[in-house]
Design a protein around this ligand. Structure first.
Ligand SMILES: NC(=O)c1ccc[n+]([C@@H]2O[C@H](COP(=O)([O-])OP(=O)(O)OC[C@H]3O[C@@H](n4cnc5c(N)ncnc54)[C@H](O)[C@@H]3O)[C@@H](O)[C@H]2O)c1
Length: 320
């Protein structure tokens, strides 16, 4: 397989690239920001293309020069930069996705795997929220509560149109909350779990008066990468949109327990109860991942302990 990963030097792209390498493929990382901090250990083993998804010609060149057979489309602006510059957020999201779909059509690339988000559902209230946490399925009503969610809904809608009209297999993976190395630096307050882990790694004190019991489906980036890889590879599909998470709820307290075992001198105070954990809206929920399991063969392998350990080891390796 020759896989083009747009947004390839980012948090999820870097881990997907490592997974592809471990499977014997040499991915092409296409990104408009040549920041190698998350790929320092694999930089020489991948192909790097500095390019913009808003530049159709550059995309075409990358696809043809590298004989691309599969596309994982990750490039996007995160919620805060998109809110700060709505025109650019929509342009990169929607126009960028159309450019990818047009390139796929032009080069007969049969499938585009798109990284969507639970933001398409917006605030999670009612029986899928506290206290029942009935698992959220793919047919949950879409009521995006921010521009980022609205952009993801638009991209999914256009991608579905291309699948029906032009037979480009557009697969949307809607991710739960993700934590992974680099998130704290890149996404700041958006990354509650990343901030917690990286503050402890730096020896900083963590003091959160409340929120230790906030149940949420928090998934490690290693499972994100595996789900994208599976969606790229799986032979036949007859469902195109999948919720991807751990399928279970974890709490910040569980993260604290693991961190205290790894860093016995960590200074962490975390109060009980619920909290929006730094977000303005509550979207805490648990994903029903049975469709991903049945159609993609997806099964999460990172529980909180394994995820936090891998996070810490990866940061250490990248710094070394
Ligand atoms: N991190 C999460 O919690 C989460 C949750 C759900 C979905 N997602 C989705 O996963 C994807 C990857 O997210 P991430 O966490 O790796 O973010 P990231 O910011 O680390 O990576 C995104 C990458 O896209 C690149 N990019 C931005 N605009 C571009 C453009 N015009 N042309 C080319 N490259 C461009 C950036 O330079 C960056 O490297 C995104 O689509 C995001 O919406 C992330």
């Amino acid at each position: 397989m020759n896989v083009l990963i747009t947004g390839g030097t980012g948090v999820n792209g870097a881990v997907l690239a490592r997974l592809l390498l471990s499977e014997g493929d040499r991915p092409v990382l296409f990104d408009n920001r040549m920041d190698f901090s998350l790929i320092a250990d694999i930089k020489e083993k991948v192909d790097l293309v500095e390019g913009d998804v808003l530049d159709p010609e550059g995309l075409r060149k990358a696809i043809s020069n590298h004989h691309i057979t599969h596309i994982a489309h990750l490039a996007a602006l995160m919620p805060d930069p998109a809110e700060a510059n709505p025109r650019l957020g929509v342009k990169v999201g929607v126009e960028g996705t159309v450019n990818i779909l047009e390139a796929a059509r032009a080069y007969n690339i049969p499938r585009v795997v798109f990284t969507s988000s639970k933001a398409v559902y917006g605030e999670i209230v009612g029986e899928c929220g506290y206290p029942k946490f009935v698992p959220v399925k793919e047919d949950h009503p879409q009521k995006p509560a921010d521009l980022y969610g609205a952009i993801k809904v638009s991209c999914e809608t256009i991608g579905n149109y291309y699948r029906e009209r032009y037979a480009v297999e557009f697969v949307s993976l809607r991710f739960a909350s993700i934590y992974g190395p680099g998130k704290e630096v890149r996404h700041g307050a958006l990354s509650f779990y990343g901030q917690l882990i990286e503050k402890v790694m730096r020896g900083e004190e963590v003091n959160l008066p409340e929120g230790g019991d906030q149940i949420n489906d928090a998934m490690y980036v290693g499972d994100v990468a595996r789900s994208i890889w599976l969606a790229v590879r799986v032979e036949r599909l007859n469902q195109w949109t999948f919720n991807i998470g751990t399928g279970r709820g974890s709490t910040p307290k569980e993260f604290v327990t693991v961190l205290k075992s790894l860093f016995p001198h960590a200074r962490i105070e975390m109060g009980p109860g619920l909290s929006k954990l730094g977000r303005s809206k509550s979207s805490y929920c648990i994903f029903d991942i049975s469709a991903a399991r049945d159609h993609l063969g997806y099964a999460p392998v990172y529980d909180v302990e394994r995820g936090v350990r891998d996070y810490v080891e990866t940061i250490r390796r990248l710094r070394a």
